[in-house]
Design a protein around this ligand. Structure first.
Ligand code: ASP
Length: 323
């Protein structure tokens, strides 16, 4: 049975800040994104509502989006310049700052499970490339062939970006072609926080490039004393501004409320230097926020006590569906 404090339990998700422009977003595509987000929320909510752990909830929520080709993680991951997938993922659990991450992998169907296996089955935090894949095989994780992860849309996006570069044209700022990532953060009925993030990275990234997602303290963070954070956006900025740990520090040392700290960081400081993107974060007291400085951010949340799935794509037009 959930404890009385289960009313505070909450799950937040994001499906990336590189939303389609309003012009390119047909009603059918919008419906598909809302449905994909709702399915992810439903998976995590079922775990939290039954008194399960934040770590299990964020893992399950991310797995749903990794399987959904609409999102840039797992199946539907973007391509590097040499038309391959290099996926990154991380998990962190806030009771003892346990963390695990993988980078530059292509094989495990659910990169988030690879990250979790690193946390739970090794003495390391971050495994990369071939070594990470070998570890995942030994751990018995499910593998898929490279073309299972690919989609026509992502290949078109790569080709469009390569053509743009070849012509020396200026970046047109279309974030939907470049960005994406999925993530989840949760507070469970036991007061534990957890975060999980998974991504294909950025379209036409240089082979070997590692973004913020698997960098603990940048794209992924959780500490029960402060907050759990999962970021999405231009990863180089999120690494340089150590966004996950920065929020923790502003709360722990500066006494700031989560929402004030996160909103200032994303909407003012990152925006001012060109660091487009956003984040989802939940604090130890159950307060939460989903700030972004991009046109939109695929996102959602569910409070266990209310059992209503809230999903949003742009700044307006939030939808509510029963859990
Ligand atoms: N942050 C991810 C990266 O830089 C991409 C994204 O979230 O859009 O790899």
């Amino acid at each position: 049975m959930p404890s009385p404090s289960s009313s505070r339990a909450v799950l937040l998700i994001h499906g990336g800040a590189g939303t389609l422009s309003r012009e390119a977003m047909t009603p059918e595509r919008a419906d598909a994104f809302h449905a994909g987000l709702a399915e992810s929320l439903r998976a995590g909510h079922a775990i939290l509502a039954a008194g399960g752990s934040a770590l299990d909830a964020v893992t399950a929520a991310v797995q749903v989006m990794e399987d959904d080709p609409l999102f840039n993680a797992g199946r539907g991951a973007v391509y590097t310049t040499d038309a391959r997938h290099e996926m990154d993922a991380a998990v962190m659990e806030g009771s003892a700052r346990r963390a695990g991450a993988v980078t530059s992998i292509c094989g495990p169907r659910y990169p988030v499970l690879a990250a979790r296996a690193v946390m739970e089955q090794t003495e390391h935090v971050l495994l990369a490339g071939d070594g990470a894949e070998r570890f995942c095989r030994d751990a018995g994780l499910e593998f898929c062939p490279p073309d299972w992860f690919g989609t026509r849309n992502r290949l078109d996006a790569l080709q469009a970006e390569m053509r743009r570069r070849a012509k020396g044209l200026a970046d047109d700022g279309d974030q939907s072609r470049k960005h994406g990532t999925v993530g989840a953060v949760a507070l469970d009925s036991h007061g534990t926080l957890a975060a999980a993030t998974s991504t294909g990275g950025m379209t036409a990234k240089r082979p070997g490039r590692v973004g913020d997602t698997p960098v603990i303290g940048a794209g992924t963070w959780a500490d029960n004393r402060t907050c759990a954070v999962s970021c999405t956006g231009h990863g180089e900025y999120f690494i340089r501004y150590a966004v996950g740990h920065e929020l923790d520090a502003r709360m722990r040392w500066g006494g700031q409320a989560l929402t004030d700290a996160a909103t200032t960081l994303v909407e003012q400081e990152l925006a001012a230097v060109g660091g487009s993107g956003g984040l989802i974060a939940v604090a130890h007291d159950g307060s939460f926020c989903l700030p972004f400085n991009s046109v939109g951010m695929y996102r959602g949340f569910v409070r266990t006590e209310q059992a209503v799935l809230h999903t949003g794509l742009f700044r307006d037009g939030e939808r509510q569906t029963p859990a």
